[in-house]
Design a protein around this ligand. Structure first.
Ligand SMILES: O=C(O)CCC(=O)C(=O)O
Ligand SMILES: [Fe+2]
Length: 207
């Protein structure tokens, strides 16, 4: 721990490494919570560049209101057991597994990735409710690199929202009933923003 702390004190930004994991928890209503740790990852720009150029990003199209539309972001999903595209992500996943093992009772095994090319890219209000998260408490841990975007959360069915700025090595973990009882979104923005990559770690059977 001392070694990690010391190296992060001298963080020059060109080495990708995780600092001590000590997020702040915000309790939401209905048994949902969010853990947040800004700038957890040192050298986030290095990781951003590696993922931006190295991940086989895919544009997807989805049916929506009986029309087929472009999904407004690029995607790549790493299934359980599929090699991750950067060694730092293995360290990140291990640190998250270790930290949340007791509370989660299982490991984070998949890594979904989104690339938001600019402010026009977004993800609409939703919960990660495909699979077990529909009925059970779970966790989704998101590491963000590149430019900051707002992750907004609001109670499912309506209510006031809460936002977290996510970019540059920030970590957020949505836990408890968050996927069932709250929705989240990355809204579009007209502000000039650079690209952002989010890496979402989830347990088996959650999406
Ligand atoms: O980009 C993010 O941080 C959120 C992505 C998300 O909500 C999802 O892929 O389910
Ligand atoms: Fe989501």
């Amino acid at each position: 721990m001392a070694a990690v702390l010391q190296s992060s004190l001298f963080d020059t930004g060109d080495v990708v490494e995780v600092g001590p994991l000590a997020p702040t928890r915000t309790h939401l209503s209905r048994g949902a919570w969010v853990d947040y740790q800004p700038a957890w990852l040192g050298g986030a720009d290095v990781l951003f560049d590696a993922l931006h150029s190295g991940v086989p990003w895919k544009a997807e199209r989805r049916e929506m209101y009986e029309r087929v539309v472009d999904v407004p972001r690029l995607l790549k999903f790493y299934e359980e057991g599929e090699p991750l595209p950067h060694p730092a992500l293995v360290t990140v996943r291990e640190a998250l597994c270790e930290r949340y093992a007791g509370e989660l009772g299982e490991r984070f095994v998949t890594a979904g990735m989104c690339l938001y090319r600019d402010g026009r890219d977004s993800v609409a209000w939703h919960g990660d409710r495909i699979g077990r998260a529909k009925d059970l408490d779970t966790m989704v841990a998101i590491l963000s690199v590149g430019s900051a975007r707002s992750l907004m959360l609001r109670p499912r069915g309506g209510g006031s929202s809460i936002g977290f700025s996510l970019g540059h090595g920030d970590l957020v973990v949505m836990g408890g009933s968050c996927q069932r009882t709250w929705d989240h979104a990355i809204p579009k923005t007209s502000k000039p923003v650079g690209p952002r990559i989010s890496i979402q770690f989830r347990p088996r059977g959650v999406r």
